[in-house]
Structure formats: structure tokens, C-alpha cells
Design a protein around this ligand. Structure first.
Ligand SMILES: C[S@@+](CC[C@H](N)C(=O)[O-])C[C@H]1O[C@@H](n2cnc3c(N)ncnc32)[C@H](O)[C@@H]1O
Length: 311
């Protein structure tokens, strides 16, 4: 049986909107920095034939293998690289992929990763507390919950999970060490802050915080955004889908700053920053999935798509 058949397959989010935002054209070069199961990549590839090229990056070797299988018919038009997108500039250089016409970031975790129990991303399944996108890295969620001091844990849960009960949760975690499994951790969080009141499980925000910390998601995002500017050709498009407010804030602020000619503090009489605009904002408001898409794919509900163009 092929890998693609065995694994839960991820549904690409806002597929039509992404292809339109990237202005995909035959013969051009595109980078999909978050290849995942290759859903967006496949749609791009169909539209760039016969001479266009797609560079697909993922830090998860299992995602690369699934996508390689799925995209086999395009083998002459693709280059797949197992790496962190924080290395975007050097990956493009090494693969003769500069400048590029469009760069896509579809951030976060895929359904394939979430629904593969042993990856430890979800408290819907009992599994070791792992949460690494790249299983060659050493830091796991188990290491964080079992070794971080209580205060550091509490800050992490508050800052990355925007969880107002972070102190209670951190205290209960420290009291119950060692914690080895997803369900054990979810149970400890429930004990700390009570049972589910609304639609969201009490462990949701803490699990998000741990995943962000394990994978250094915000640091990697900041790194790739800056490098994307160096890789895009004039009028090339940067398209980013984010799934939580911390990511979206970083993307929004980056695009806003890079679209300004001057970033001196307000009231500075003569410009001293020597900044120049390198991006043009295509839409000020983020695009969100249609009601029909959210119904068909509830995991798309928090998605926000932002588009900017290199000037
Ligand atoms: C939401 S999924 C992308 C799904 C994909 N667009 C599709 O259509 O199947 C996000 C993917 O980005 C990958 N990823 C997350 N952070 C990464 C990073 N820093 N570098 C490279 N890949 C990363 C994850 O491993 C995951 O496969």
C-alpha cells in the first residue's frame, strides 16, 4: 500500500484563493515552503506546465515522502527539499531557484500530522508527547513539560497559547511530573482549570503553546518572511495562510512595515531610517474561507490569508 493511502490526507485550505493570489502562470517558478501533503503544490503544478518549476520544502520527511508520491507525474517540474523554511534563501540559491515568481506559506500543522496518533500533536489520541514537525530535532513536548521550571512553563503557555490560566496549569504540570502522554497531560490540565465549558477543550491552548515552542514556529516565521523578500522577483507574490493570532500578527506587521517608505517614529522631522518599501499590500483585510469550505473542512475555520507583492 502506498504511503498516501495509509495516511490521513490533508485538505488544502482556500485552494482557489491561493492559486489566484499567487497569480500562477505557465513557465514561472514558485516555492511552496510548507509542502505538507502537496495539495497546494499540485494545483500550482497543473497551472505552470510545461516549463514552470516548483520547489517544495517541508521540515517533516514524512510529508516530503507523501508529496513525492502524490506529485510523481510532475517529477520533471519539481524539486523537493527536506529542510526548515528558515533556510529559504540558501535553499533557493543551492537549487538555482532565484528569483521566484511566488512564495506560499501555509503555516502550522497538517491534518496528516494531527491525525497520526504517534506524532503526539492531538489529545484526541493517547500517544507520547512529541509534537516535532521534524523528528530529527531533539526537543519534544515531553522534554518541555518535564524539565522547564514552573515559571518558564507558565510564561510559555501564556505567551504562545494566550491561556489566561497558565499559572494554574504550570503548577499542576510540575506537581504531576513525569508526564509522558497526551491524554495524561490533557487530564492534568482539566484537573487544573475544570472541564470543558464551551466548544473548546481546556487543553487546546496549552497544546498549541507547546507545539509552537517545540517547533520554534514564530522564530522560523520571522526568518522566512525576511528571506522571502530577497528571493521574489519584482511583482512576485508572497502568500501566507496563518491559523492563530500570533502568526497572523507577525505576518500583518511584517507586510505593513515592508510596504512603508519610512519607518521613523511618528513625529520625526526628517526621515533617518533610509527604509524603502519592498512590498505592496494587495488586500488590507485578510481573506478567510467561505462558509461552505468551513463546513466541508472545519479545520480551515481559523485560516487567514494575506497577500503582498514585491515592488
Ligand atoms: C498546514 S500544512 C501544509 C499543507 C499543504 N499546503 C497541503 O496542501 O497539503 C503545514 C506544513 O508545514 C510544515 N512546516 C511547518 N513549519 C515548517 C518549517 N519551519 N519549515 C518547513 N516546513 C514546515 C509542516 O511539517 C506541515 O507539513
Amino acid at each position: 500500500m502506498s504511503l498516501a493511502v495509509m495516511m490521513p490526507i490533508h485538505k488544502p485550505v482556500m485552494l482557489y484563493e491561493v492559486v489566484k493570489a499567487l497569480q500562477v502562470q505557465p513557465g514561472k517558478r514558485y516555492v511552496d515552503c510548507t509542502l505538507g501533503s502537496g495539495g497546494h503544490a499540485e494545483a500550482i503544478l497543473h497551472r505552470i506546465l510545461p516549463n514552470g518549476r516548483l520547489l517544495g520544502i517541508d521540515t517533516d520527511i514524512e510529508a516530503i515522502n507523501i508529496a513525492r508520491n502524490r506529485l510523481a507525474e510532475f517529477r520533471d517540474n519539481i524539486t523537493l527539499v527536506h529542510s526548515n523554511f528558515a533556510n529559504l534563501r540558501s535553499i533557493c540559491e543551492e537549487n538555482g531557484f532565484l528569483p521566484v515568481h511566488g512564495i506560499l506559506l501555509d503555516l502550522g500543522v497538517s491534518s496528516t500530522q494531527l491525525d497520526t496518533a504517534e506524532r503526539g500533536f492531538s489529545f484526541r489520541y493517547d500517544a507520547p508527547l512529541d509534537m516535532r514537525f521534524n523528528r530529527e530535532e531533539t526537543l519534544t513536548a515531553a522534554e518541555i513539560v518535564n524539565t522547564f521550571p514552573e515559571q518558564k512553563l507558565s510564561h510559555l503557555i501564556r505567551n504562545y497559547g494566550e491561556e489566561k490560566h497558565s499559572r494554574l496549569i504550570a503548577r499542576q504540570i510540575v506537581r504531576n511530573r513525569p508526564i509522558t502522554s497526551t491524554l495524561q497531560l490533557a487530564g492534568i490540565i482539566e484537573q487544573a482549570i475544570g472541564h470543558r465549558h464551551g466548544r473548546i477543550h481546556p487543553a487546546t491552548k496549552t497544546f498549541l503553546a507547546l507545539r509552537i515552542a517545540v517547533n520554534r514556529e514564530l522564530e522560523n516565521l520571522i526568518a522566512v518572511l525576511t528571506q522571502a523578500l530577497d528571493c521574489l522577483e519584482p511583482q512576485g507574490r508572497l502568500v501566507v495562510i496563518s491559523y492563530h493570532s500570533l502568526e497572523d500578527r507577525i505576518v500583518k506587521q511584517f507586510i505593513s512595515r515592508e510596504s512603508k517608505e519610512c519607518i521613523c517614529p511618528p513625529g520625526t522631522p526628517v526621515c533617518q531610517c533610509k527604509h524603502t518599501a519592498r512590498l505592496r499590500i494587495i488586500l488590507r483585510k485578510a481573506i478567510t474561507p467561505s462558509i461552505a469550505e468551513v463546513k466541508a473542512n472545519p479545520r480551515s475555520r481559523s485560516a487567514k490569508l494575506r497577500i503582498a507583492e514585491r515592488v
